[in-house]
Ligand binder design. Structure first.
Ligand code: NCD
Length: 304
């Protein structure tokens, strides 16, 4: 079983992953020990920078008694000599029991899945999808708000190139959450994703006014403008710093609104917000460990 897109999952399957992740929490925190993945090896191939995704996958593997190998920078591997993704995947497939892949090209994880007999987990394919991030985002929402459905989620930032929000908005639509998209006019949610969301009976609002949208939000999901995806640096400069979450913005928000961010943040969230009870982004980053433990255990057949 590969994990390439959030569309590969039903709502019931996602809920099951979150339930398994909940059971993993004591091991994720280091309070209990586990040998569930004893002897298993994860191949971790990161063709793009990563901190949380790579380290939380490796932490997840280690907490379950397994091991990881791979690269965090293709320059040090045969990729620098011109090896194709297909050949690299064929090799790692022979060395490991599962492969986690981050790659700048959309569709790379799906392609890797064709060349690997072992499960492939998509850790981000260009501006495409980031399904394991979505699982930990949903886990965080469910933990903080008690449920996912019925929440009004405002998603702000780079909706055009941001892969986290492509996967997340589709999953939230599956749960029947109310969605508002806030972005500069040039970075609005791509039509293809909007269509998919609408096909599930959700009518998302789209706009550019964050102050207005925040007033009625239960969850504010903030994202970074994806500088590396802009064909023209001048275009990036036009939208950099378009939105800023600071204490002044929060004045009109619901008291129990939670603020999330997949991180890294550049300057979208002022550090003063960190100490407010609304800030959930660091807890969200930790949740990557139990959720990825659950996903690894499931694809490796160690839990149902
Ligand atoms: C995100 C990504 O790589 O898409 N980071 C992450 O996995 N937590 C978000 C980003 O880079 O802006």
């Amino acid at each position: 079983m590969d994990i390439v897109s959030i569309r590969d999952f039903s709502r019931a399957q996602i809920e099951h992953v979150l339930d398994v992740a909940e059971r993993m929490l004591p091991v994720a925190k280091g309070d209990e020990k586990s040998k569930l993945l004893d002897g298993k090896v994860l191949g971790s191939l990161f063709y793009e920078p990563s901190t949380r995704t790579r380290l939380s996958f490796e932490a997840a593997m280690a907490r379950l008694g397994g091991k990881s190998l791979g690269f965090d920078e293709p320059k040090g591997s045969s990729v620098a000599k011109g090896e194709t993704l297909a050949d690299t995947i064929r090799m790692v497939d022979a060395y490991c029991d599962a492969i986690v892949l981050r790659h700048p090209q959309e569709g790379a994880a799906r392609l890797a899945g064709h060349f690997a007999a072992k499960p492939v987990l998509n850790a981000g394919d260009g501006a495409g999808q980031h399904p394991t991030q979505t699982m930990l985002d949903l886990f965080t929402i469910r933990k903080s708000k008690g449920k996912i459905d019925g929440n009004h989620v405002v998603i702000v930032g780079d909706l055009k190139y941001g892969r986290t929000v492509h996967s997340l908005s589709e999953a939230l639509a599956m749960f029947g959450a109310q969605l508002t998209f806030v972005a500069p006019p040039t970075l609005q949610m791509p039509k293809e994703h909007l269509k998919h969301i609408q096909s599930m009976g959700i009518k998302p609002k789209s706009g550019t006014d964050l102050t207005e949208a925040v007033k009625d939000a239960d969850v504010l999901y903030v994202t970074r403008i994806q500088k590396e995806r802009f064909p023209d640096p001048a275009e990036y400069q036009k939208v950099a710093g378009a939105f800023k979450i600071d204490p002044a913005l929060l004045k009109d928000a619901k008291k129990d609104m939670i603020i999330m961010h997949p991180l890294p943040r550049v300057n979208e969230i002022s550090p003063e917000v960190d100490k407010t009870p609304n800030a959930k982004y660091f807890e969200q980053a930790f949740n990557g460990v139990p959720v990825r433990m659950a996903l690894l255990a499931m694809v490796l057949g160690a839990v149902e």
